[in-house]
Design a protein. Structure first.
Length: 170
């Protein structure tokens, strides 16, 4: 029986190691991850197209396709499981063009996005649907940084520790 040893990846400092990842590998992410769903992606894309400042630097960034629920008393964050990645496909190539390197979500990506990920030396990591409590347990800090009017689809800056995911496209 083979034992799988996950690779540790610290974000954003270990971004250069993306090129060493292989499809099917398990990674344990630690460091900074931003949450953004389709409405936030739409605004990020508009800001890029209008040459406006973004709420966080895309260069080397990791985006988790997630809309966290409000935290209960005493918690850092509420439920924070992955959402379907295909909803971000219309915006992903533009974000990759502007430095995005890591995307975390669930489900398949379009052929255009798959090609753009490969061209930009980026990576798409799959998270497990239905494992929101697991992902919630990896969050050490959570800060609202943009688009509060979007509610759970606002952009949050998370600090995570040993967030598990599988390399799906590299």
């Amino acid at each position: 029986m083979n034992t799988i040893y996950p690779k540790k990846l610290r974000l954003p400092s270990d971004i250069a190691h993306i090129k060493d990842l292989r499809m099917g590998e398990i990674v344990m992410l630690s460091g900074t991850v931003y949450t953004a769903r389709d409405q936030a992606h739409k605004r990020l894309a508009a800001a890029i197209e209008n040459c406006e400042q973004l709420p966080f630097p895309l260069d080397g960034a990791a985006i988790y396709y997630c809309g966290p629920t409000p935290a209960a008393e005493g918690q850092i964050i509420g439920s924070c499981g992955p959402t379907t990645s295909a909803r971000m496909d219309a915006y992903t190539p533009l974000l990759l063009d502007n430095g995005l390197k890591v995307m975390i979500g669930k489900g398949v990506r379009s052929d255009d996005v798959t090609q753009a990920i490969k061209e930009h030396g980026a990576v798409y990591l799959s998270a497990i649907g239905g494992a929101a409590a697991l992902y919630q347990s990896t969050v050490r800090t959570c800060e609202l940084i943009a688009y509060p009017d979007l509610g759970c689809e606002a952009v949050y800056k998370l600090t995570v520790e040993d967030f598990p995911a599988m390399v799906t496209i590299v």
